[in-house]
Design a protein around this ligand. Structure first.
Ligand SMILES: [Zn+2]
Length: 388
């Protein structure tokens, strides 16, 4: 979903990324503040002043959204949960957590840190706005805006539906009560779906009432929330399906075997092109000596295939990553991803009993009809900062 994001900074060891859609919302907020909100509220500034103040307020808004995300991330890191990156995008920010929270207490603290921080920013900005009131109405304008939007952010994010922070708080409470992470997720995601529909319906009525931009914006946010809530439920099903499977369930037992001296030209013709295999085992008299993969073959120029025996380019036994029949399929999938492998042999008491291919696992996933990013993420739609 966040393809095309580019890194702009690194704070506390966390990559700060910007998705191209963020530039759109930055431009839109700057425009609506400079041409609508501030001219309506403050008179007598020059056009340049309206724009300088508008752009400054818009940039500071996103700085405060980033601080909100950093609050989540720092609490997570303090609890030993890595946060590789934060992405700013059209609806606000997302902290990408390396895994799901390990306990209800952990989830509660990480989730609550965001809205609490927005609330503190709202109070501080409100105080600064008061200070500027008598001194400079441009400063007052910026801080009053930041105060109101951060208050709106805190309130919106505490709505108890997934993927909002309030949904996570709800999940942590339900998790604590029921002792089941899955059941708690289903509850929070269900409420999140309801909020998604409410926002879409509300946006539709705004649209009918003539509020074109706000109507579309609400529908857009609702649609996003709905998708994220459904995705969470889908991930849960996916994890459930995969969790019950082990390497033995997803391995193929009729893996092809060749002798070490076989020219790779023959291997390509008979097995790779012929049977569509991406890897063959190299064995002599039952003893596995290595594995020959498409990647190994590609390293050899085509005109040498006929004179190159498999054992010369294969990955030798000692270097092969293997798994046990009892290894959970989830771990096998992670291993394939981490090592950038397409297959991994399954060994039982030193004997090869099967081969798990990435393709086979992915087909299982499609069988479950659930595809999605398998990672925790805290999403924050940035309320409706653009209402002129
Ligand atoms: Zn948040």
């Amino acid at each position: 979903m966040f393809g095309g994001s580019f890194r702009v900074a690194r704070i506390f060891g966390i990559d700060i990324e910007i998705h191209p859609s963020w530039l759109l919302i930055l431009a839109f907020v700057s425009y609506s503040l400079s041409e609508g909100v501030f001219p309506d509220q403050y008179e007598g500034w020059s056009t340049t002043e309206y724009w300088v103040v508008g752009i400054t307020a818009a940039v500071l808004l996103f700085v405060t959204v980033l601080i909100h995300e950093l609050a989540h991330a720092l609490v997570a890191k303090r609890r030993g949960l890595e946060v590789p990156r934060i992405t700013l995008f059209i609806f606000g920010g997302v902290s990408h957590l390396a895994r799901q929270p390990a306990s209800a207490g952990e989830e509660f603290q990480i989730a609550a840190a965001g809205p609490a921080t927005s609330l503190v920013i709202a109070v501080i900005s409100g105080g600064l706005a008061l200070l500027f009131q008598e001194v400079d109405d441009r400063g007052e304008a910026i801080f009053m805006y930041l105060s109101l939007v951060n208050l709106a952010l805190a309130i919106f994010n505490i709505l108890p539906g997934f993927p909002l922070d309030g949904g996570r708080v709800l999940r942590s409470i339900a998790w604590k009560k029921t002792g089941s992470f899955r059941r708690a997720t289903r509850v929070a995601a269900g409420v999140g779906e309801v909020f998604g529909y409410v926002l879409i319906a509300g946006g539709f009525f705004l649209l009918l009432g003539g509020g074109l931009l706000n109507g579309l914006w609400f529908m857009f946010i609702g649609w996003f929330l709905l998708g994220a809530a459904r995705n969470e439920t889908a991930n849960l099903q996916l994890e459930g399906v995969l969790k019950r499977l082990t390497a033995r369930d997803v391995m193929q037992t009729d893996f092809p075997t060749i002798t070490p001296g076989m020219p790779i030209q023959d291997v390509v013709e008979e097995h790779m092109v012929g049977q569509g295999e991406r890897a063959v085992m190299v064995a002599l008299g039952g003893a596995v000596s290595g594995i020959l993969t498409v990647t190994d073959v590609r390293r050899v120029p085509k005109d040498e295939w006929r004179n190159t025996p498999a054992q010369r380019v294969m990955t030798p036994r000692a270097d092969i990553v293997t798994v046990q029949p009892t290894t959970p399929a989830v771990e096998v999938l992670l291993l394939l991803g981490e090592r950038k492998l397409n297959q991994v042999p399954v060994l039982e008491e030193g004997r090869m009993v099967g081969l798990v291919t990435r393709r086979e696992i992915l087909e299982r996933l499609q069988l479950a009809e659930t595809l999605g990013e398998n990672q925790g993420a805290a999403d924050e739609p940035a309320a409706a900062p653009t209402s002129p």
